[in-house]
Design a protein around this ligand. Structure first.
Ligand code: ADP
Length: 437
C-alpha cells in the first residue's frame, strides 16, 4: 500500500498542476452550494499479485489556510482493507438489520444476501455472509463514496422467479386438489342421491309386488272356499281339485310370508340359524318330494341327480330348504317355452354343491350380479309380467354366506340359467350366522 501510495504521489505531482484549477473549481462550487469544505471521491484501480483491486481516493480542500493559499489534500483507502474488511462488515451490519430476515420468516429460508462488484465486472468484489453466487435480483450504483462500484442484493438459495414459480405451482396444486375434492364431492352426492332414488323406487315396487302377491292367493283361497261352502260341486274330483288349489295357494302364501319374515330379520340383524348335522341329499329329496308332482304337472321335464354317500353337513335345515325352494320356484317362474328343471347335488372340492338348472329366459351378464341384491328384478318384460318381490335371491345369498358357502349364477339369455350354491363340508358356520348379528 505504501508503495502504491508513493507511486500515486509521483504520478499526482506530474499532473496535479494541470488538474488543480479544475479540481479547485469543482470543490469550490460544491462548497458554495453546501456551505462547508467539501470532498469528492474518484476511483483508482491497483494491481496486486496480478489481480486488479478497487481503491477510492478522496480529494479534499484544506480549511483555514492563510489568505490566497490553495491546498488540496488526498486520502487513498487501501484496496485490501476495502475488499476484506470494510465492505463485508458494512454488508453484514446492514443485513443484520431488518432487511436480513423478511417478516414472517424466522428459519433462515429466503434470507437476503448482498455483494458489491465493480460496475464493469460481474464477479463480486466483496460479499456478505451466506452469499451463494448466482445472479442478483436488484442492483444499484454507488453515487458519491464509491464511484464505479455497484451494490447487489438477492435471496439466498433462490431467486424471485423461482419463488414466484413455486408460489404459482403451489396455488395451482391447491386449486387442482380443491377441484378434485369438489368433483369427487359432486360425484359422491350424485351417486348417493341416485342410490337413494333407486332404493326408494325399489321399495315402492317391492310394496306393490308383495301386496299383489299376497292378494292373489288370498282371493283364490277365498273364492274356492266359498264355492266349497255352497256345496254345489257335482263330482268328488272337483272337490279334490278345489282342496288342492286351496292347499297350493296357502303354501305359496306361507312361502311368501316366510320369505318376508326372514328378510326383515336379516335386515334387522336378528336372523338366527339353527345348525345341525344334516344329510343334505335327504333334505333336498324331501323338500322337493312335495313339489315333484306339481312340477311335472306344470309340464316340466324334471331331473334329479343326488350323489350317494354324501357326508353330513352342519346346516339350518329350514333355511336351506327355503333357499332350494326359492331357486326351484324361480326356475319354474322364469321358464317360458322350454320347460326343464334339473336339481343336482354332489361333492365338489371339500364342499357340497347344489345346482338348480333351467332352460328358461336366462339373465343378461350385466344383471347377473345385481339379481342377488335386495328387491332387484331384471329389466326383461317377461320378468315384470311374472309375480315376484325381488327378495328370494338376496335371502339365498345371505343363507349361503351364513353357512360359509356362496351362490352364483351362470346364464345365457334365451337358453337358461344354472344357479350353484356351495356348502363347505368341514366348516364352522359364520359367527353372525349363529348369533344375532
Ligand atoms: P323375484 O321375486 O323377482 O323372483 P328373486 O330375488 O328370486 O326375486 O330374483 C331376482 C331376479 O332375478 C328376478 O326378478 C329375475 O329377474 C332374476 N331371476 C332369478 N332366477 C331366475 C331364473 N331362474 N331365470 C331367469 N331369471 C331369474
Amino acid at each position: 500500500f505504501c508503495l502504491e501510495s508513493s507511486e500515486l504521489e509521483t504520478s499526482l505531482s506530474g499532473w496535479i498542476k494541470v488538474e488543480a484549477p479544475e479540481m479547485m473549481g469543482k470543490l469550490g462550487k460544491m462548497e458554495i452550494k453546501e456551505g462547508s469544505p467539501q470532498y469528492y471521491f474518484f476511483q483508482n484501480s491497483v494491481t496486486r499479485k496480478d489481480q486488479k483491486g478497487y481503491q477510492n481516493i478522496a480529494i479534499i480542500t484544506l480549511p483555514n489556510l492563510p489568505n490566497g493559499r490553495v491546498a488540496i489534500g488526498g486520502i487513498a483507502f487501501d484496496a485490501d482493507y476495502l475488499r476484506d474488511q470494510f465492505f463485508p462488515d458494512a454488508l453484514n451490519r446492514l443485513l443484520a438489520q431488518d432487511i436480513g430476515e423478511p417478516s414472517g420468516n424466522k428459519n433462515g429460508e429466503n434470507e437476503a444476501v448482498m455483494m458489491v462488484h465493480m460496475r464493469k465486472e460481474n464477479a463480486p468484489l466483496a460479499v456478505s455472509k451466506g452469499w451463494d453466487g448466482g445472479m442478483p435480483e436488484v442492483e444499484r450504483n454507488f453515487e458519491d463514496g464509491f464511484p464505479g462500484l455497484t451494490l447487489a442484493i438477492k435471496f439466498k438459495g433462490t431467486t424471485i422467479e423461482a419463488m414466484s414459480h413455486k408460489f404459482i405451482m403451489t396455488s395451482f396444486l391447491i386449486i387442482g386438489c380443491l377441484s378434485v375434492f369438489l368433483t369427487a364431492g359432486i360425484l359422491l352426492t350424485y351417486r348417493n342421491v341416485y342410490r337413494e332414488m333407486s332404493l326408494a323406487k325399489l321399495k315402492s315396487d317391492f310394496v306393490a309386488n308383495v301386496s299383489h302377491e299376497l292378494r292373489t292367493p288370498l282371493a283364490l283361497i277365498r273364492l274356492y272356499a266359498e264355492t266349497l261352502e255352497m256345496g254345489r260341486l257335482s263330482t268328488q274330483e272337483k272337490y279334490q281339485e278345489y282342496f288342492r288349489i286351496i292347499r297350493k295357494e296357502s303354501e305359496r302364501l306361507s312361502g311368501l310370508i316366510n320369505n318376508i319374515l326372514d328378510f326383515s330379520r336379516i335386515e334387522a340383524g336378528r336372523k338366527e340359524y339353527n345348525f345341525r348335522p344334516t344329510d343334505l341329499g335327504e333334505l333336498v329329496r324331501n323338500t322337493l318330494d312335495a313339489y315333484r308332482f306339481q312340477i311335472e304337472q306344470n309340464g316340466f321335464d324334471y331331473q334329479e341327480n343326488i350323489a350317494t354317500d354324501l357326508p353330513s353337513v352342519q346346516v339350518d335345515r329350514e333355511a336351506i330348504a327355503r333357499s332350494l325352494l326359492n331357486l326351484v320356484n324361480n326356475a319354474i317362474k322364469y321358464s317360458q317355452k322350454e320347460k326343464f328343471l334339473g336339481v343336482n347335488l354332489f361333492r365338489d372340492n371339500g364342499a357340497l354343491k347344489l345346482e338348480v338348472i333351467d332352460h328358461g329366459i336366462g339373465i343378461p351378464r350385466s344383471e347377473q350380479s345385481k339379481i342377488f341384491e335386495k328387491f332387484y328384478r331384471a329389466g326383461d318384460p317377461l320378468v315384470h309380467n311374472t309375480k315376484g318381490s325381488g327378495m328370494g335371491l338376496s335371502l339365498v345369498r345371505h343363507i349361503a354366506q351364513a353357512h360359509g358357502g356362496r351362490v352364483w349364477v351362470e346364464s345365457t339369455p334365451g337358453h337358461g340359467s344354472k344357479f350353484s350354491m356351495t356348502l363347505p363340508v368341514n366348516s364352522t358356520p359364520r359367527e353372525e350366522g349363529v348369533n344375532p348379528a
